[in-house]
Ligand binder design. Structure first.
Ligand code: F0G
Length: 425
């Protein structure tokens, strides 16, 4: 149960034996192997994580694996975003379609599988909501294992809070922010036999890498020019970067996409560091934001994230609350329902496109990290004009009527009239 290096106290990272993997197969042979597994209906290879078992945790026996199965999420082409931004190809990788409705299931499948392999009984995390939902659901699948979650009180959505409670997790709320929750839990884990499953745990990162694998596989192994990711604790962008560099080293892809890390202005240490040329490590005190899951001022995977973003010739960017919620409404209205954290990536993309960081001819994938249904209050508040400091530019209000058919018909007639005027009829 170790997460940090004794010598430098930096967090550990899994290093694969790339030479062995290269000798085993060349790039096209790896691609063929993974393509053969798509659509399989049973066994671990039907999971969008364990389809790539050899590149995730090759030595973990299949019998230890705990899988729902996760992954296999849709990659939606977004004509609306292409049109809005004047970009030739934009896709949304909707990780909200995972079993607990966020991307965290991928890393957690790896983390809980490894915990089971080690014979661990208690697994723990601090969380802004989604990691706790995932640990709870995966721990609940293993006999004799229990999850412990530490949450910032009042800072996560009701839907997220309901998840660990429902799965029987030991659920602890602290009157503190996420940065404090994780600091305290890391401290407790040094003294107690708790297996920490935050993204400081390098095994989690290995599972999370599969977002990158699955995305490029869905694009027939032709990687996009950019992958845009919302950034909080910075585990996900580090994982996606690591996965892409591994694929490149093994000859599965011919270039590594540039990575754009998107933050909310209320919690944007990495965007600030980028602006300042990464002169020194930036820590901020996060303030309130609609993007509550990325309300983090001192990301644990800061160095890993800066490393992969710089190596990919990428960037970090930040957006305001208004930009985030408008971006969310824009995508939501296309029938792809995303959360405010995911919308931060959409807003970051639109801004990067505006500033010419991303070009008109670029192919772009935006990672939506959780489902809109996990954050329904933010959606409703926006459309009802109840979010402080945010104008409901794309509002779609609920219309309350008297309970009779005539009232509904009058409304429909007026809607029909205004639609007709819009069409010039
Ligand atoms: N989007 C969502 C929906 C998240 O829940 C998180 C992180 C992120 C983006 C950012 O990912 O931390 O790897 O940079 N949620 C964590 C949690 C912190 O506890 O659920 P990251």
């Amino acid at each position: 149960m170790r997460y940090e290096c004794d010598a430098c106290s930096d967090i550990l990272e899994v290093a694969h034996d790339l030479d062995r993997l290269k000798t085993a197969r060349d790039g096209s042979s790896w691609r063929r192997l993974f393509d053969e597994r798509v659509g399989i209906r049973s066994g671990i290879h039907r999971s969008g994580v364990w389809r790539y078992h050899e590149l995730i945790l090759p030595d973990l026996p299949a019998g230890s694996i705990v899988t729902r199965p996760e992954g296999n999420t849709n990659l939606y082409r977004s004509p609306r975003l292409e049109e809005e931004s004047g970009t030739s190809e934009v896709h949304i990788k909707h990780e909200g379609e995972n079993p607990t409705l966020s991307f965290k299931d991928r890393g957690m499948s790896a983390g809980v599988s490894f915990a089971r392999h080690l014979g661990v009984r208690l697994v723990a995390c601090a969380s802004t909501g989604d990691t706790s939902a995932a640990i709870a659901a995966y721990a609940a699948q293993v006999d004799g294992m229990r999850g412990v979650v530490v949450l910032p009180k009042g800072k996560i959505s009701m839907e997220q809070l309901s998840q660990p409670i429902a799965s029987g997790c030991l659920t602890v709320a602290l009157a503190a922010d996420f940065d404090t929750c994780i600091r305290l839990l890391r401290d407790v884990c040094r003294r107690r036999p708790l297996y920490l499953l935050n993204s400081v745990n390098p095994v989690r990162i290995e599972g999370q890498k599969s977002i990158a694998y699955e995305t490029v596989q869905q694009l027939d192994w032709v990687p996009p020019d950019w992958i845009v990711v919302p950034v909080g604790n910075a585990g996900n962008i580090s994982a996606i970067g690591k996965g892409l560099f591994d694929l490149h080293a093994l000859g599965l892809i011919d270039h590594v996409p540039r990575l754009l890390g998107a933050q909310a202005e209320a919690a944007a240490p990495l965007a600030q560091a980028h602006r300042e040329g990464y002169r020194e490590r930036v820590r901020v005190k996060a303030t309130d934001t609609v993007a509550t899951a990325i309300r983090i001022g001192d990301p644990v995977s800061y160095d890993k994230a800066v490393g992969v973003v710089r190596r990919s010739a990428g960037a970090f960017i930040s957006s305001s609350e208004q930009e985030i919620m408008d971006a969310k409404a824009l995508v939501d209205a296309t029938g792809v329902y995303i959360c405010p954290n995911s919308a931060t990536a959409v807003a970051g993309f639109l801004k990067a496109r505006d500033q010419g960081i991303i070009g008109a001819g670029d192919r772009v994938v935006i990672v939506a990290t959780a489902h809109g249904c996990k954050f329904s209050q933010a959606t409703i508040d926006y459309h009802e004009g109840r979010l402080t400091g945010v104008r409901p530019r794309r509002a779609n209000e609920v219309i309350e009527l008297q309970a009779n058919a005539a009232a509904i018909e009058r409304l429909l007639a007026s809607v029909d009239g205004s639609e007709a005027r819009k069409d010039g009829r």
